[in-house]
Design a protein around this ligand. Structure first.
Ligand code: IMP
Ligand code: MG
Length: 178
């Protein structure tokens, strides 16, 4: 275990098992649809690459990136798109793939923006959800794990751009970010 990690919440096997379950659900739900998976960089890269290999359907993979305005770690609710997709999504069944939903500001903004472009549908699949911290009204359609209000890293999630490559989900020691 990485020495900056206090405890492991979910190990590699638990995550793989849940990702397979989500893939099976999505394979069933998106049969016959025009599936477009949009991963939100950078956090969702690891989850996205595992998840699409568990979806047994034709699909398209794209990526977007967003950042919250505002200083420090307090989200202001304003979101800026720093990387967009460059084609017409009308007619597609869009599935937004996210690493974690915290306040919900990022995804509520992104979902609204994508809906304005006239896709057939927009749904959200997140591997982690921290519902206790929600401030914007947004509920994921597919969730891997509910997590407590603690700062977690690994499986794509970072602190200061580190720890994304840890194969498990760990709670970061508070002294690292204090
Ligand atoms: P929000 O839902 O708009 O507040 O933002 C969600 C984003 O905040 C995620 O995509 C992550 O980048 C980041 N985030 C929130 N909680 C955590 C955490 O516990 N560990 C790592 N990143 C987090
Ligand atoms: Mg993120």
């Amino acid at each position: 275990m990485n020495s900056d990690v206090e405890t492991i919440l979910f190990d590699e096997q638990q995550i793989a098992g849940r990702v397979s379950e989500l893939g099976a659900l999505l394979t069933n739900d998106y049969k016959g649809k025009k599936l477009l998976c949009i991963g939100i960089l950078n956090g969702s890269a690891v989850f996205m690459s595992d998840l699409v290999r568990k979806i047994d359907l034709p699909l398209r993979m794209e990526f977007m990136a967003a950042s919250s305005y505002g200083s420090g770690s307090v989200s202001s609710g304003e979101v800026k798109i720093t990387r967009d997709i460059s084609f017409d999504i009308s007619g597609y069944d869009v599935l937004i793939i996210e690493d974690i939903i915290d306040t919900g500001f990022t995804l509520s903004y992104l979902k609204k923006m994508l809906l304005e472009r006239g896709p057939a549908s927009v749904k959200i699949c997140t591997i982690f959800d921290k519902p206790s911290r929600r401030r914007a009204q947004i509920t994921p359609d597919y969730t891997g794990f509910i997590v407590p209000d603690e700062f977690i890293v690994g499986y794509g999630l970072d602190y200061d751009n580190r720890y994304r490559n840890l194969p498990y989900i760990g709670v970061l020691k508070p002294e690292i970010y204090k």
